[in-house]
Design a protein around this ligand. Sequence first.
Ligand code: 5RP
Length: 235
Amino acid sequence: MTTTKEEQVASAKEAAGRRAADMVQTNTTVGLGTGSTVWFTLVRLAERIQSEGLEIVGVPTSIDTTEKAKELGIPMAGLGEVEKIDLTIDGADEIDGEFQMIKGGGGALLREKVVASISAREVIIVGQEKVVEKLGTTFLLPVEVVTFALPTVSRALSALGCEPVLRVSDPGVALMTDNGNQILDCRFPEGIDDPRALEATIASIPGVVESGLFIDLAQVLVIGNEDGTSEVREK
Ligand code: 5RP
């Protein structure tokens, strides 16, 4: 039977998403990332809640994930009720050999980074094509910005050698994040030489809420393959 490229990509995402969900232990708090790969994790967690009585409290990283987890019957809590998260499962847009990442393709970078920052363990689920030698070579770097500061932040980012473009939800309509901000997607023509330094520099620009550079936040990488198998790497 032949499968389309789309089906193969979905199969890789499913393999990674389910494998990570099987790492979750009962009576734990679980950060629930955002995106199409995380969808498969949510489905598997819901299955385990039903079939094994897995007891978890999920902490969602976006409105989208909140709605999906609610529909699947996954219990959830907010950051007011949860101080520490045992394990977070999230996707990524690029991840390098040091497990540094670009995230935010789905626009949820701010909440994803907050949740990652209080997680004892962050498990990243991706297909092989997202594992890169150098960040910024296959994906734009998202930067979440308050609306008022878009022009000044855009100029400051350009001065760092990138080309920022306002993300739109429809032609001519700026995308609004779950937090009421906008996103500038930045293309670095040669990729990003020093992700750690760049993260700090971007964070220091007034009006920047957060960047999609995730530094030292991931400990485990689950790579899904198109044949439905998966591989786990530890930092
Ligand atoms: C959302 C994210 C996602 O984790 C990232 O974009 C990967 O998404 P997908 O699993 O759909 O490829 O950072 O802000």
